[in-house]
Design a binder for this molecule. Structure first.
Ligand code: NAP
Length: 254
């Protein structure tokens, strides 16, 4: 029977944890520990970094893990690269549960940028009301454009002063609906949205709301991650666990 390490932190990881628990799988859920109260999981759960590639290699060996499923956020590039390296070194099977990126539809006014620095550069010079929907990390980069009002939606109340002079902070955990985000953007008279191309359903509403309101979006592209097997759904992951050789992910040739 496979012994699974599930790297979490996303809605999809939580869905997969439920499916693995229902199947009676031998699996451990891993959180980075970024949020103050991580969501409860139906699997044994550990919290905190492993200590880089070397720490993860030790963990995989000590716990006799046979399969790692990387269901971290598409922007958690360090953890994903570490998983590729550690699984390569130990011969542990690795598969990522990764959402497809969002693709623009008619009516979207997206500016696609490669990274956070480019998103800052793409902001206008004249003061604007910006929904900065990128989470807590990377906020400091936006201090180069202090003239804007930044609306931040964070999972936890900030514990340290924010690096931006003019902010409105909402503490709330997704998923968010189109109605939620339309109301939010109207209430705060938002002029433009900055977001990461996370993909998936639970964070998409802000883009649909921006389209409905005719607002521009600066969309940050995903960071590069070394090649690995990718599954697009919980079902594909379960298929891979049961039949690694002929699963959808293997057929994709990655
Ligand atoms: P990251 O930059 O790729 O990871 C930094 C370090 O955090 C990793 O090297 C690892 O530490 C530790 N880590 C990350 N995910 C872990 C996990 N699931 N279990 C144990 N350790 C983990 O990641 P990040 O961008 O800080 O994201 C941290 C967590 O938040 C991830 O679980 C991710 O799914 C979630 N998240 C991230 C974003 C985002 O936009 N980045 C958005 C939503 C949720 P060691 O090197 O010590 O092992």
């Amino acid at each position: 029977m496979p012994r699974i390490l599930l790297l979490g932190g996303t809605t999809e990881a939580t869905q997969l944890a439920r499916a693995l628990a229902d199947a009676g799988a031998d699996a451990t859920f891993s959180y980075a520990g970024r949020t103050r109260v991580p969501g409860a999981q139906p699997l044994p759960t550990r919290v905190g970094g492993f200590g880089g590639v070397a720490g993860l290699v030790d963990y995989l060996r000590e716990t006799s893990i046979t399969h790692v499923i990387d269901a971290t956020h598409p922007f958690a590039a360090q953890m994903s690269a570490n998983a590729v390296a550690a699984c390569g070194e130990t011969g542990v099977a690795l598969c990522a549960l990764e959402r497809a990126p969002w693709i623009s539809a008619p009516g979207d006014a997206w500016t696609l940028v490669p990274d956070v620095a480019a998103a800052v550069a793409a902001l206008p010079e004249s003061p604007a009301r910006v929904f900065l929907a990128i989470g807590r990390q990377n906020l400091a980069a936006f201090s180069d454009k202090p003239q804007h009002l930044y609306l931040l939606r964070l999972v936890d109340e900030p514990t340290a002063p924010l690096p931006l002079p003019d902010t409105e902070v909402l503490v709330s955990r997704g998923p968010f609906t189109l109605a939620d985000d339309l109301a939010l953007m109207r209430e705060y008279r938002i002029d433009l949205v900055v977001a990461k191309n996370a993909g998936g359903e639970s964070a998409r509403a802000k883009l649909d709301a921006a389209r409905a309101l005719g607002l521009p979006v600066i969309l940050i592209d995903r960071p590069g991650i070394p090649p690995r097997r990718v599954c697009r759904s919980v079902t594909e992951v379960l298929d891979w666990l049961a039949h690694p050789a002929d699963s959808c992910a293997a057929k994709r040739g990655v």
